[in-house]
Design a binder for this molecule. Structure first.
Ligand code: PGA
Length: 255
């Protein structure tokens, strides 16, 4: 992991009411609100962002959104812009999550526009990539990751400049919400590939500074072995981030 500070991020997806989200974040602030060893982030639903922000004020826990539109404003019914997210206090945004890609048909072209806008605004993009089970079994993992990276970062590739503070999350689709985690070796192989790709397409310095999170059924009992791998810099946690006990167990993986 070297010089990169670990990050543990909770992706709450379309879960938790405002009162549930506020209660969870109160506990997190009390327990790990001043933690220095890792960066902690929560990504609640849009409707919970403002109330969660209130509770986070003064703590070191960062606020992220789960998606955004690539324009600042306009006739885009049902969408939320990056500017709006910043106004409510977000510093990060998850982009290209596999649920956005597979359920809502987001393409690399769309994701590239979002990463570009987030980065122009100064919102840190957490770019998600990952192969399906079918693709893994067909031996296409590297090809899929390569295509997702080059497609979702197309505007940056042409300029050979990496998005500011970019975070990548490797989330094998077959491991998301299934209870099947990638083995630390499988995850490390993918992370190593992502870092090498970054070095080849951007530069060594940016590649060695980029944090690559693993996501897919991360739990308190598998986090430590994942974090022991050289290129795993943190976790993007879905299900286990919805309960204080399991999320804290993950955050305190090395305690
Ligand atoms: P999971 O989800 O931890 O529930 O597998 C991870 C994610 O989708 O980010």
């Amino acid at each position: 992991m070297g010089q990169r500070k670990p990050m543990i991020a909770g992706n709450w997806k379309m879960n938790l009411s405002i009162s549930e989200a506020v209660a969870l974040v109160r506990t997190l602030v009390e327990e790990v609100g001043r933690i220095e060893a890792s960066d902690i982030l929560v990504a609640p639903s849009f409707t919970c962002l403002a109330p969660v922000r209130e509770v986070l004020n003064g703590s070191k826990i960062a606020l992220g959104a789960q998606n955004m539109h690539w324009e600042d404003s306009g006739a885009f019914t049902g969408e939320v812009s990056g500017k709006m997210l910043m106004e409510v206090g977000c510093t990060h945004v998850i982009l290209g999550h596999s649920e956005r890609r597979h359920i809502f048909g987001e393409t690399d072209l769309i994701i590239d526009k979002k990463v570009k806008k987030a980065s122009e605004l100064g919102l840190t993009p957490i770019l998600c990539i990952g192969e399906t089970l079918e693709e893994r079994e067909a031996g296409k993992t590297v090809e899929v990751l390569k295509n997702q990276l080059s497609g979702s970062l197309a505007s940056f590739l042409s300029r050979r400049s990496v998005p500011q503070h970019l975070i990548v999350a490797y989330e094998p689709v077959w491991a998301i919400g299934t209870g099947k985690t990638a083995s630390p070796q499988q995850a490390q192989e993918a992370h190593e590939f992502v870092r090498r790709w970054m070095a080849e397409n951007f530069d060594e310095k940016s590649a060695s500074g980029i944090r690559i999170l693993y996501g897919g059924s991360v739990k308190p009992d598998n986090i430590a072995s994942l974090m022991a791998e050289a290129d795993i810099d943190g976790a993007l946690v879905g299900g286990a981030s919805l309960k204080a006990e399991s999320f804290l167990g993950i955050i305190r993986y090395d305690a």
